[in-house]
Ligand binder design. Structure first.
Ligand SMILES: NC(=O)C1=CN([C@@H]2O[C@H](COP(=O)(O)OP(=O)(O)OC[C@H]3O[C@@H](n4cnc5c(N)ncnc54)[C@H](O)[C@@H]3O)[C@@H](O)[C@H]2O)C=CC1
Ligand SMILES: O=C(CO)COP(=O)(O)O
Length: 341
């Protein structure tokens, strides 16, 4: 079955990019957002003035502040609001869904109380509906300029995977498939932490060897955490893992990288976050992952170091330095077991 109507919940930069691709692919698309002025601007001037002011949007894209108008009859509903609001927003329409309507999260964050990923929140709220996750190296502003990019749709439901692949694939966007929902989603959330650390490293003027060491050891740390939580570490080798880690650890277009960069320059966390005006999920994810790693006794020196910098005022230089003095470990996680080091 192809997608005849799609809804996108969220009026930020990524929600707008997803909605615009769907509209470019001639799918009837309704984007829900709270701000009536932005909705009006999308409908009349084909612009999201706040989040993507330089991108002319497809004239066929419909924006609305009425949730019902967006979700009614939508074959797929993309959820693209910051993680702290996903439960609240989805709860407000969950009871109105028909069982065949699929939900796809694009949100890269964690709900702290029970350490739930967004697909788990969706499954809890909408147990009868197919659920998927879209994640990958997808800086919204580059995709908005139609620069080539690829992503991953992860779901246990093969119809959902195929529908999203055909609904979102176009000349500048390619969609790969995975059935490892948890691994794809966990890597999307975790990489935001390491983008912050890479921001410190860049601001401090450390060299390319340091940056490469940080990115590669981030991957080791992410996969160690993932395995402790029961995820498949192989997923971390794909676009949603290495791909997204590399792009967000390298690009000033990443909000998480920019937060780290500002802190590396000497700004406080509040100053760094307030100057963004957009969501940087990694700040909260760092708090939750640090608590989980402590609870499960998982060795994560970059997470522990970054936490000290963001929340206890430690010198960002110490994070990279911490790697030099930590326990000796194997290069590729799981290739050489710790017991043999
Ligand atoms: N921007 C990017 O390059 C990418 C972002 N993502 C993820 O997508 C999610 C959304 O990101 P962006 O669109 O970039 O965020 P954003 O900061 O550009 O926009 C967030 C949107 O959510 C809305 N919002 C905030 N609180 C809300 C509430 N209580 N109810 C309803 N709407 C609310 C805001 O008004 C805004 O329209 C994040 O989890 C992010 O990690 C994923 C891939 C790429
Ligand atoms: O997830 C992203 C790109 O894939 C966007 O990263 P930021 O949230 O750090 O901007």
């Amino acid at each position: 079955m192809k997608i005849n109507k799609a809804a996108v919940i969220g009026g930020g930069s990524f929600g707008t990019v997803v909605a615009n691709i769907l509209a470019d692919n001639e799918i009837e698309t309704w984007q829900w957002l709270r701000d009536a002025t932005i909705a009006e601007s999308i409908n009349t001037h084909q612009k999201n003035d706040k989040y993507l002011p330089d991108t002319p949007l497809n004239p066929a894209l419909n924006a609305t502040t009425e949730l019902d108008e967006a979700i009614q009859g939508a074959d797929v509903i993309f959820v693209s609001v910051p993680s702290r609001y996903v439960r609240e927003v989805v709860s407000s329409f969950a009871a109105k869904l028909m069982p065949q309507q699929a939900l796809v999260s694009t949100t890269k964050g964690i709900e702290p109380e029970r350490f739930l990923l967004m697909s788990q929140v969706l499954e809890e709220l909408c147990p009868a509906n197919p659920v998927g996750v879209l994640s990958g190296p997808n800086l919204a502003k580059e995709i908005a300029r139609r620069e080539l990019a690829a992503t991953v749709i992860a779901s246990k439901n093969s119809d959902l995977r195929r529908n999203v692949q055909s609904g979102l694939s176009c000349s500048y966007f390619r969609v790969y498939a995975s059935d490892d929902l948890y691994g794809v989603e966990l890597s999307g959330a975790l990489k935001n932490i390491y983008a912050i650390v890479s921001g410190f490293v860049a601001a401090l003027g450390m060299g390319e060897n340091s940056r490469s060491m940080i990115i590669t050891r981030s991957l080791a740390e992410m996969s160690r955490f993932a395995v402790a939580l029961g995820a498949n570490p192989l997923t971390f080798l794909g676009l949603a893992g290495v791909g997204d880690l590399v792009v967000t650890c390298s690009s000033p277009l990443s909000r998480n990288y920019r937060v780290g960069y500002a802190i590396g320059e000497g700004k406080t966390l509040d100053e760094a976050v307030n100057s963004l005006g957009e969501v940087a999920e990694g700040v909260n994810t760092l708090r939750y992952v640090r608590a989980k790693a402590a609870e499960l006794d998982i060795y994560m020196p970059l997470v522990m170091g970054a936490y000290e910098v963001l929340f206890n005022g430690a010198d960002p230089r110490l994070v990279a330095q911490g790697l030099m003095s930590g326990d000796h470990a194997s290069d590729v996680e799981f290739a050489l077991p710790r017991s043999e080091i």
